[in-house]
Ligand binder design. Structure first.
Ligand SMILES: NC(=O)c1ccc[n+]([C@@H]2O[C@H](COP(=O)([O-])OP(=O)(O)OC[C@H]3O[C@@H](n4cnc5c(N)ncnc54)[C@H](OP(=O)(O)O)[C@@H]3O)[C@@H](O)[C@H]2O)c1
Length: 343
């Protein structure tokens, strides 16, 4: 028997720095019924992503800012409980851009059925397929275009996206160096995931370590942090015609004032380096090939992932902090609510 109440996180103000707790209110209201052309989704898992913080700001990003008083937005996986939409049936497993709430009513725009998704595979869905796998796949393969024997460097290398970037680069025969924030993460990416080397940026001299580990220079760089000193070190070591994929800038998401930017940009001209930003949705038309490749590599053991699952929607705001503290261990997911049908 389902409760008729819908727990929700609403955004009540614009956060300053990492103090987003004070502008997030947890409450509940009656579950809405779907109208014609709509479905009611019971949300089971919520993806927490570094960009969630940027969506709370007043200005638009690659999507519209979340309106004040609005329910916090995020990518969710769930089950259709009621349908007045011809494309969805009760019991369908679906995923899409929803909200931080137990139940969402949607017209289905931005949602997809996941027919092959059994409930035990939700972790794989969010840990690989939903956002992070395609981000790693397209950002590396379409922008860096790594070639066998080339050297690839990736920041936040043990994170949800970064760990996949390094492993995909290995499938292409590259030498892969990961930069991350703890010895445990360094050990995981080298010993479990097959990275050739790792640098702990919190304890090591990154420019010196990179110079030692990249004797033939760097051909491809996958940037997710935006640390100017590290980016300068990479630029100084880039080879002629190197490629840099600009994926994220997590060091700045909570800052009101930005620090000085990188200074070694002259390398881009002199070495004819290509530096290109992207948003994963830019490549929707190529998603079928991406999913097929990810599935192949997952099945044959070339891709591994880990998920960090936090219990209950009420803990979502606390959990979001772990992304900026670096204490998440893989793809950060909130199990929204108890569901007896989940294993
Ligand atoms: N362009 C796109 O379409 C797209 C799509 C998805 C994600 N992204 C971006 O990809 C990046 C990784 O996302 P993810 O979901 O895979 O998260 P994640 O890497 O699983 O988690 C975030 C990690 O970032 C590192 N970090 C946090 N604050 C930092 C700081 N101030 N300086 C340096 N490192 C910091 C921490 O790892 P360490 O222990 O290594 O510090 C933390 O564990 C983010 O920048 C995100 O915005 C972009």
């Amino acid at each position: 028997m389902m409760s008729n109440m819908n727990r929700q996180w609403r955004l009540t103000g614009r956060p300053v720095g990492e103090d987003f707790d004070s502008v997030m209110a947890f409450g509940e209201e009656p579950i809405k019924s779907p109208g014609d052309g709509e479905i009611l989704v019971k949300n089971l898992h919520l993806s927490l992503d570094p960009a969630n913080r940027a969506w709370m700001n007043e200005g638009d990003t690659y999507k519209a800012a979340i309106p004040l008083g609005g329910v916090m937005e995020g990518f969710t996986v769930g089950v259709v409980e009621e349908s007045k939409h011809p494309g969805f049936s009760v019991g369908d497993t679906v995923s899409g851009f929803g909200h931080w709430e137990d139940y969402s009513v949607t017209n289905g725009e931005g949602w997809a059925k996941s027919p092959d998704l059994n409930k035990q595979a939700f972790g794989a869905h969010l840990g690989i397929y939903a956002i992070v796998g395609p981000t790693a796949y397209f950002g590396l393969l379409n922008i860096c275009k790594p070639q066998p024997g080339e050297t690839v460097v990736v920041t936040t290398a043990a994170g949800a996206v970064g760990s996949l970037v390094g492993q995909i680069a290995k499938t292409k025969g590259c030498r892969v160096i990961g930069i991350t924030g703890s010895d445990e993460k360094c050990t995981w990416i080298t010993e479990e995931l097959g990275f050739d080397a790792a640098i702990n940026y919190k304890t090591e001299d990154v420019p010196a370590a990179l110079a030692k580990l990249c004797p033939d220079g760097i051909d491809c760089h996958f940037e997710q942090v935006g640390d100017s000193d590290i980016l300068d070190a990479v630029l100084n070591l880039m080879n002629q015609n190197g490629r840099i994929s600009m994926c994220g800038w997590i060091s700045a998401y909570n800052l009101s004032e930005l620090p000085a930017g990188p200074r070694a940009l002259l390398n881009i001209i002199v070495k004819r380096i290509k530096m290109e930003g992207f948003i994963v949705f830019d490549f929707m038309d190529q998603m079928a090939q991406c999913y097929a490749d990810l599935a192949t590599w997952l099945d044959d053991g070339r891709l591994k992932y880990r998920v960090d699952v936090v219990d209950d929607l009420s803990n979502a705001v606390d959990a979001l902090h772990t992304l900026y503290a670096g204490t998440n261990q893989g793809k950060l997911i909130v199990k929204v609510q108890d569901d007896p049908s989940l294993a």
